[in-house]
Design a protein around this ligand. Structure first.
Ligand SMILES: Nc1ncnc2c1ncn2[C@@H]1O[C@H](COP(=O)(O)OP(=O)(O)OP(=O)(O)O)[C@@H](O)[C@H]1O
Ligand SMILES: [Mg+2]
Length: 279
């Protein structure tokens, strides 16, 4: 195991997205993960059925303890819910998380359509979270809200990414999963230039948590000392492998196979008393 990630996000009781996806993605990348939970959601593959926020003091407490004891080599934020939570998280990170690269996934709407960020929180997100991040990972609808631009293709993705860089974040990974078509484009934009990563769309309804999984696997890569581009490439390859081998659970948008990197032969060895080989 190498690299420590602190994940600050909401819990998905369905296990496919949120904190649960984040922890599984870090483990799959062989990184450690600690958590500060911002909200509990009662959720399944069909949608979000309830949200129970965590008191702000308690969110700050989790972040402080995690950073002061175990520490972190990268931090990932997911669902923050409202402006007060964004402020509390940014305050806690300014106190104890200085200098640690932050991957901010600006989660706004769940795959099933439920709102995960109060509409009046967008200004706070732009003012506090975006400039604090080392990498921002919006999907198309989130990039439209943050940049105030309509995005229907690659040229507009480039313009929106430039607008977000101008808000003070050094790198933006604008995810193209929500655009139509069989070619899927993700744009990585930095102040030094941009690069488009292209892949074939995997036709599947089991896409719950792709965004959380990608952001956390990139955070794991940064925690392990990888260059940003390498961490993005590995994260994308991981998400695609996890999509391709999704277990097909649930009646809606089912989860990915987060354990696609796990070696069954090593688990089998445990059942035959060969645990010494793993020590
Ligand atoms: N059907 C698909 N086939 C292949 N790759 C996909 C597919 N859907 C999403 N991806 C990839 O998954 C990653 C996440 O992109 P996406 O646009 O789905 O994020 P998201 O909307 O934030 O996800 P979430 O709904 O989980 O928050 C990107 O790298 C994207 O290219
Ligand atoms: Mg997302």
């Amino acid at each position: 195991m190498q690299g420590r990630v602190l994940i600050i996000a909401g819990s998905d009781s369905g296990g496919g997205a949120g904190i649960q996806a984040d922890i599984k993605a870090c483990a799959a990348m062989d990184a450690y993960s600690g958590t500060a939970i911002t909200a509990l959601t009662a959720q399944d593959t069909l949608g979000v059925h309830g949200v129970h926020p965590v008191p702000l003091d308690f969110i700050r407490h989790q972040i402080r303890l995690s950073l002061r004891d175990i520490g972190a080599d990268a931090i990932k934020t997911g669902m923050l819910g409202d402006a007060a939570t964004i402020d509390a998280v940014c305050d806690a990170l300014a106190e104890d998380g200085q200098g640690i690269p932050l991957v901010a996934d600006p989660v706004m709407v769940a795959k099933g359509g439920s709102n995960l960020l109060a509409p009046d929180a967008v200004a706070t997100l732009k003012r506090r979270l975006v400039p604090a991040a080392a990498l921002l990972t919006p999907n198309i609808p989130e990039a439209e809200v943050i940049s105030g631009m309509r995005i229907t293709g690659l040229e507009e993705m480039r313009a929106a990414a430039a607008a977000m860089l101008a808000m003070g974040v050094p790198a933006v990974l604008l995810k193209g999963g929500h655009l139509e078509g069989n070619r899927l484009l993700d744009l990585l934009a930095t102040r030094d230039g941009s690069e488009v990563f292209e892949s074939a769309r995997i036709h599947s309804r089991h896409t719950h948590g792709t965004g959380c999984t990608l952001a956390s696997s990139i955070a794991a890569g940064l925690a392990q000392g990888m260059a940003l581009r390498d961490a993005v490439l590995r994260g994308r390859a991981y998400v695609q492998a996890a999509l391709r081998t999704a277990p097909g659970l649930g009646q809606g948008h089912g989860p990915l196979n987060h354990g696609v990197t796990v070696d069954p032969a090593r688990i089998e060895a445990l059942t035959h008393g060969a645990d010494a080989a793993l020590a």
